[in-house]
Design a binder for this molecule. Structure first.
Ligand SMILES: NC(=O)c1ccc[n+]([C@@H]2O[C@H](COP(=O)([O-])OP(=O)(O)OC[C@H]3O[C@@H](n4cnc5c(N)ncnc54)[C@H](OP(=O)(O)O)[C@@H]3O)[C@@H](O)[C@H]2O)c1
Length: 215
């Protein structure tokens, strides 16, 4: 069992992710500015997290956790302080607390600016792409965290299928429960450490796809 901090703990992905983490036997500390919106489940404690806070304050919230997930986002309203530097501050806080494992929910092709004009969905959100580019790069190059970065395409509220394709591909969609399951199950697959995993809907069961990830 691990104790897991989820930044952005009331969001659509977080709500599914927290259910998965708890049903896998973990304890969760979930943070958002409005903690009352965090799912009320046994094994989950809700805390008030504002990503505008100082690193020290964020570190206090996660200080006895083993893993940090970043699934927060500002829906384009506060890209610098939430999606970009808010994410970086959770990395700094994790390292300050001696937490090693960090899982980032990113976005398709966040690390490949040359792809941003190739797909309409990405061409419309350049500032968001830049924020995620910054956060993903910081995680890879400026921390010693044992990271996994998951980069889905457009999220949908369709039911999960449990089936995915991992790796680069076109501008497709991902049901939110499948994104949550990939995020949760990275903890069961040590080979996901140090990997950037693009995902979209597909035909492979999630655990098989994670087991067979290429370098
Ligand atoms: N939409 C897509 O198609 C798509 C595609 C690929 C990747 N993604 C990524 O997936 C992420 C999660 O998506 P989602 O739909 O689950 O998001 P969501 O429902 O909008 O949830 C965002 C979460 O972030 C929290 N948050 C926002 N600002 C914060 C701040 N300053 N401090 C602390 N918490 C803050 C929100 O809670 P409070 O407001 O209470 O603080 C909420 O818990 C997105 O942000 C995006 O980066 C999205």
């Amino acid at each position: 069992m691990s104790k897991i901090f989820v930044a952005g703990g009331s969001g659509r992905v977080a709500t599914e992710l927290i259910k998965d983490l708890v049903s896998d036997g973990n304890q969760v500390v979930a943070g958002a500015r409005r903690p009352e919106k965090i799912t009320n489940l046994e094994g989950v404690s809700a805390v008030k997290l504002d990503l505008h806070a100082e690193v020290n304050e964020i570190a206090k919230l996660m200080n006895d956790c083993d893993v940090v997930y970043f699934v927060a986002g500002s829906r384009g309203n506060d890209l610098l302080q939430t999606d970009a530097f808010g994410a970086v501050k959770t990395m700094m806080a994790a390292e300050k607390d001696g937490i090693k494992r960090y899982v980032m929910l990113s976005s398709m092709y966040a690390l490949q600016p040359e792809m941003w004009t190739k797909y309409k969905a990405l061409a419309e959100i350049t500032d968001y792409n830049i924020a995620k580019f910054f956060a993903d790069n910081y995680l890879i190059h400026n921390t010693d965290l044992a990271y996994t970065i998951v980069q889905p395409a457009t999220l949908t509220e369709e039911p999960g299928t449990g089936l995915v394709t991992l790796g680069a591909g076109g501008d497709t969609t991902n049901p939110i429960p499948d994104v949550a399951k990939v995020l949760a199950n990275t903890l069961k697959h040590e080979n996901t450490i140090g990997k950037v995993i693009m995902m979209r809907s597909g035909k492979t069961p999630i655990d098989d796809a994670l087991s067979n990830l290429n370098d």
